[in-house]
Ligand binder design. Structure first.
Ligand code: MSP
Length: 472
């Protein structure tokens, strides 16, 4: 059986889940559910990134022990994904004992191999990114992502020989052995390798206590990214043993946004090479959401939380609105107003209204049908092609074009004005068939609503049900 392994980034617990995390997680879920419908053997992993300077200082600010604090926020993430009907097979926390032990085993191997050596880091560090920065990464002296001045750091550290893997990685990326998508993101990374190149990177911190102790020198903790990356393996039950791939490794698709692409295309695959493990097949970079043209931030008070969306629109509509908000792979601007408009146009007045009108007419005219799921080959193929190409929004567009065409036929032919049963049936049958076929293809996006529609439109005597999407 073909296997398919999907990951999201593990999210920092310095913050509760917002629509950005939700976007990646829902997209991964759509992908996982789609591949399950193909009968593949799927593993879908998400989780939380809980160590490091950022979490340590946040916990302190909250007056809590870091683990207590992380427990609370990790629970909020778990709850949010449960509410959104996310079908992850595991939720990995970097504070899990088994993960921490595996990280130590792996780093010890890299150290013994000579890929990690003792030196000193003199330079800058951004706590927001948890990354070492060089002057050329800054804009007006600030980290462009976090708008804060990085702190000066000067400490002894264990350093990973990232530079050793430069040529091998560049080659593999160029040849798509590690495929970075969309193509513009690959180009960006290739040009980074060619222009700036890989420098060795500090893999330990002396002054950060909240982390996994370096096994051969407990006065250091593991650099948080080195700890975090290995989640993609430990989440599959990997014990840290080099050269030993767990069943689902390598990942088929690793989803994330542009903010963390560079580390994922440099440090992460280099660690895998050092550990004698294969590279992930694909890294897909989706777009970044802005809200009304602005960066989402607590200080601007414009953060959208998944729970607020679910409260207003319901679970399936929230999933639809997020996935259709922008072309997958391109940045997008979102707002409550845009969501309201789209909810009303596509769901309440769109799918919801069409299903209600058609089912109502079939019931009142006592017309019996015998529809078959998946009968529209062309529609199936077109949707499958977009799903395969990570064009989730396009897949939705194809389905909505179909539904809108049905709506237009209905308005044009006005079957409610006709008396002849055969004539009414002739108009309604193909539209009802389209609704059923569309519902089937919508399963990965709207698991509950699609099942409802499938049940309703597979019956011999289709009946008008409850409204699918109440108007807002
Ligand atoms: N903990 C690291 C990842 C470690 S993975 C080994 C991290 N965490 S994060 O909480 O900051 O999550 C970043 C990711 O969240 C982005 O790459 C993206 O997947 C998602 N998003 C966060 N904000 C987003 C938007 N505004 N828009 C779209 N996605 C965004 O980085």
């Amino acid at each position: 059986m073909k296997k398919f392994y999907i990951t999201t980034p593990i999210y920092y617990v310095n913050d509760k889940p917002h629509i950005g995390h939700t976007y990646t997680t829902v997209a991964a879920d759509v992908l996982a559910r789609w591949h399950r419908t193909l009968g593949e053997d799927i593993f879908f992993l998400t989780g939380t990134d809980e160590h490091g300077a950022k979490i340590e200082s946040k916990a302190k600010e909250m007056g809590l022990e870091p683990k207590r604090y992380a427990d609370e926020v990790a629970a909020v993430f778990k709850e949010a994904w449960k509410e959104l009907n996310i079908s992850n097979d595991n939720f990995l926390r970097t504070t899990d004992e088994a993960h921490m032990k595996a990280v130590q085993t792996a780093l010890q191997y890299m150290y013994n191999k000579g890929d990690i050596y003792l030196s000193k880091y003199d330079g800058l560090y951004c706590r927001g990114c948890e990354q070492y920065k060089s002057e050329r990464d800054l804009v007006d002296g600030l980290c462009p992502d976090h708008k804060i001045a990085p702190e000066k750091m000067s400490e002894e550290c264990y350093t990973f020989k990232l530079s050793k893997y430069q040529d091998e990685l560049l080659e593999k990326i160029k040849k798509d052995e590690l495929k970075i998508l969309p193509p513009n993101r690959k180009n960006e990374i290739v040009s980074f390798y060619e222009k700036e190149g890989l420098e060795d990177v500090s893999f330990s911190r002396k002054n950060i206590n909240w982390g996994i102790p370096i096994p051969w020198d407990k006065s250091h903790t593991v650099y948080v990214w080195a700890d975090a990356f290995l989640n993609y393996l430990t989440g599959l039950g990997w014990s840290g043993e080099a050269g030993k791939s767990p069943k689902f490794w390598p990942a088929s698709a690793q989803l994330m946004s542009k903010d963390i692409l560079r580390v994922h295309a440099t440090i992460w695959p280099a660690m895998l090479l050092s550990l004698d493990l294969p590279l992930p097949e694909k890294i897909f970079i989706h777009g970044y959401f802005q809200i009304n043209g602005q960066k989402m931030s607590k200080s601007l008070g414009n953060v959208i939380a998944p729970a607020d969306l679910v409260k207003k629109y319901g679970v399936d509509a929230t999933r639809y609105l997020i996935m259709s908000a922008t072309a997958f792979g391109h940045d997008g601007d979102i707002s409550w107003e845009k969501f309201d408009d789209k909810y009303n146009a596509d769901l309440a007045n769109g799918l919801g209204n069409l299903a209600a009108r058609v089912s109502n007419l079939l019931e009142t005219n006592k017309i019996k049908l015998n529809l078959r799921i998946g009968s529209d080959k062309k529609l199936n193929e077109e949707c499958a092609a977009s799903m395969q190409a990570f064009k989730f929004d396009e897949s939705l567009k194809i389905l909505w074009d179909k539904l809108r065409a049905g709506d237009a036929v209905l308005s044009d032919k006005k079957p409610w004005k006709l008396k002849d049963e055969a004539a009414i049936k002739n108009i309604l049958e193909p539209i009802a068939g389209d609704i059923l076929n569309a519902a089937n293809l919508l399963k990965p996006f709207m698991p509950t609503v699609s099942e409802k529609v499938i049940k309703q439109f597979s019956a011999k005597q289709i009946k008008k049900g409850e409204p699918l999407f109440p108007r807002i």
